[in-house]
Design a protein around this ligand. Structure first.
Ligand code: SF4
Length: 216
């Protein structure tokens, strides 16, 4: 991202951008298929900095064998690595999943907790992963799961001038109506994949005339 100060859109233009993105990608949703909340948690840990296609591939096999916190708590990092080796930082993620599931067994009787504070106390779980679990596992919307797609697209569009996930989430929460929070990170990711990729295709972007193109 650019060292130059980012231009922020004014309130009305920001609203127009948010509404247009929602109109364009209103069906955008979390990509992962999971059978249990524990597997959602495992998948949400695995997906960090890993391509969606790889996550889908490794979890489709992993989720055939593992379903509960007990299943993971009684496993070993070596055993999990047989399934998730293709993910980035697979060794650390295997340890985090097992560590988180041991605590879920001990503290919560095997049930994934449903508050951001409880979730972020578990190994390998920051705000983004916790928001992913709350939104997709419990329908609880307290924030947005900000990934690198959401950060890059919202920065370019002038919806934020921050370059850290928490700062971006705070800015977006101030600008995006709460009814959009549950899927807005997925909307930004969809626009990133479709048009505003690493090399943005501004010429064919419906937001071209309004976008300040920060860092482009
Ligand atoms: S105009 Fe360019 S930089 Fe702005 S959102 Fe569209 S593709 Fe991205």
């Amino acid at each position: 991202m650019a060292a130059q100060k980012a231009k922020l859109l004014g309130e009305q233009d920001a609203q127009k951008v948010v509404d247009e993105l929602e109109r364009l990608y209103r069906d955008a949703k979390y990509f992962l298929h999971f059978d249990t909340t524990v597997n959602l948690l495992a998948g949400a840990i695995i997906e960090a900095r890993t391509k969606d296609e790889v996550v889908i591939k490794v979890t489709s096999e992993l989720f055939k064998k593992y379903h509960t916190a007990k299943d993971y708590a009684h496993s070993t990092p070596e055993e999990l690595l047989k399934y998730i080796r293709q993910a980035t930082f697979a060794g650390n993620k295997a340890k985090s999943i097992i560590g988180a599931c041991k605590l879920i067994e001990q503290r919560y009787g095997g049930k994934v907790p449903s508050t951001i504070d409880e979730l972020t106390e578990l190994p390998g779980i920051g705000r983004k992963t916790a928001n992913t679990i709350l939104i997709n596992g419990f329908g609880i919307v307290e924030g947005m799961p900000i990934d690198t797609w959401a950060m890059r697209v919202s920065y370019r569009l002038g919806l934020t001038d921050k370059t850290d996930p928490d700062g971006v989430e705070d800015d977006l929460k101030a600008k995006v109506p709460k009814r959009y929070w549950a899927n807005f990170a997925y909307v930004l990711k969809a626009h990133g994949k479709e048009i505003c990729n690493i090399v943005p295709q501004c010429g064919k972007c419906p937001l071209n005339s309004i976008c300040p193109k920060n860092g482009v």
